[in-house]
Ligand binder design. Structure first.
Ligand code: PHE
Length: 388
């Protein structure tokens, strides 16, 4: 039963003493029970509300009711009780505030502990040395790009810079400026893929997929004056059915050197050096007469077979890689045809130069002993990761 202020009839010291004791013990009991701000508010109002708080009630029920002779004594006690009520209410507020801070701190402490435990758990999971490791494969350069970069490196060391050009070319750059006249049969050898709907344009502006990197020669000479030494790597397209040695998309590296007094000897020396740098110093080169509209004279370069050391025989059997000839054909080259200089405003009577072009996949096939060009384009990781 909650405490209620009794109406006093007996104002003797003993009666007052017991009434005060009862009130004070109720005050202390109720104070102790306060745990929150809401509880404190109820407690505060019950004891100190102006209208019907216990403090007001004792003024009315005890002091006002006291007979004249007891008034002084009752007044003294009532005053001290009021003082005690006020300090208790205030202390209770302080205590419950601390209690709440403590509660929060304890909760935070538990949170921190839970956090720590969870982190420790995660860590122990992560550091479980008995689990099999997670394999993170390291990316590898594609063998075609790798070969291309190696070849570029060889020419960089000779002072060549790198130029690139568009894969969608005009007839002018892919053919005309390279001395392929319209309707010339040499165009047929290129198995060109044409962009549709170009018929309304003049022939030289019609778009096609470049069939070789030689158009970059023209673009380079249009923007640079001699001396020129460039290599032009890139993707080319031909309307070829795919088999083990053909792909409609492949890569070439073009080379061009134009200066005064450049001779066929420079061409031979340069390519011989490049082949030795690429395939080993024991490799020999052979220049075989050939034809390209934009070079004159032209040659195909063959290297001594790297599989049978140029013997044509391997393990007592005819070498399959060179068809027992001891030679492998690798690239086309020649001295830049003077007609070409006419398309780029070079003075053919003052400058001379050479050009060469090689298929990157073909070189990679030889270098890495790959037996099918399609492997380069299928994206099979088991194949590609061998080049890491
Ligand atoms: N562009 C020629 C081809 O793709 C190769 C070549 C380049 C030949 C430069 C001579 C000089 O067949």
């Amino acid at each position: 039963m909650p405490y209620t202020v009794p109406k006093l009839t007996d104002f003797s010291t003993t009666a007052l003493d017991s009434a005060v004791r009862e009130l004070v013990s109720a005050l202390e009991e109720e104070s102790k029970a306060v745990r929150s701000e809401a509880e404190w508010k109820i407690f505060h109002d019950r004891w100190t509300a102006r209208k019907n708080g216990i403090r007001t009630q004792i003024g009315e029920l005890w002091l006002n009711a006291a007979p004249k002779e007891a008034k002084r004594e009752v007044g003294r006690r009532v005053n001290s009780i009021i003082e005690q009520i006020e300090t208790t209410v205030k202390d209770t507020d302080d205590r419950r505030k601390n209690l709440e801070i403590l509660k929060k701190a304890r909760a935070a402490g538990i949170d921190a502990q839970i956090d720590q435990a969870r982190r420790a758990l995660e860590l122990s999971e992560r550091l479980d040395v008995t689990l099999p490791g997670i394999r993170r494969p390291i990316g590898a350069e594609h063998p075609v790009i790798k070969t291309m970069n190696e070849m570029i490196g060889v020419f960089r060391n000779l002072g060549y810079s790198v130029e690139e050009g568009p894969e969608i070319e005009t007839d002018f750059y892919n053919f005309e400026a390279l001395n392929f006249p319209p309707n010339h049969p040499a165009r047929d050898t290129q198995d060109t893929l044409f962009i549709a709907g170009q018929e309304s344009k003049p022939l030289r502006d019609r778009l096609l997929l470049r069939t070789h990197t030689s158009p970059v020669q023209i673009r380079t000479m249009q923007k640079m004056k001699p001396p020129v030494r460039v290599v032009c790597p890139g993707k080319v397209h031909r309307n070829d059915a795919l088999d083990a040695t053909h792909s409609p998309i492949f890569h070439q590296i073009e080379g061009l050197a134009v200066d005064t007094n450049i001779t066929f000897c420079d061409l031979k020396g340069t390519l011989d050096h490049a082949m030795k740098a690429m395939f080993g110093s024991s490799v020999k080169t052979r220049f075989y007469p050939s034809f390209f509209p934009f070079t004159e004279p032209s040659a195909d370069v063959q290297i001594s077979c790297i599989f049978c050391d140029g013997k044509g025989v391997r393990d007592g059997a005819p070498c399959r890689n060179c068809k027992a000839s001891g030679w492998i054909e690798l690239l086309g080259c020649g001295m830049v045809d003077p007609n070409v200089y006419g398309f780029v405003d070079y003075d053919a009577s003052k400058v001379s130069g050479f050009a060469f072009g090689m298929g990157v996949e073909r070189i990679a096939i030889l270098k890495y002993g790959v037996d099918d060009i399609q492997l380069f384009f299928q994206g099979d990781v088991r194949f590609l990761e061998q080049f890491g």
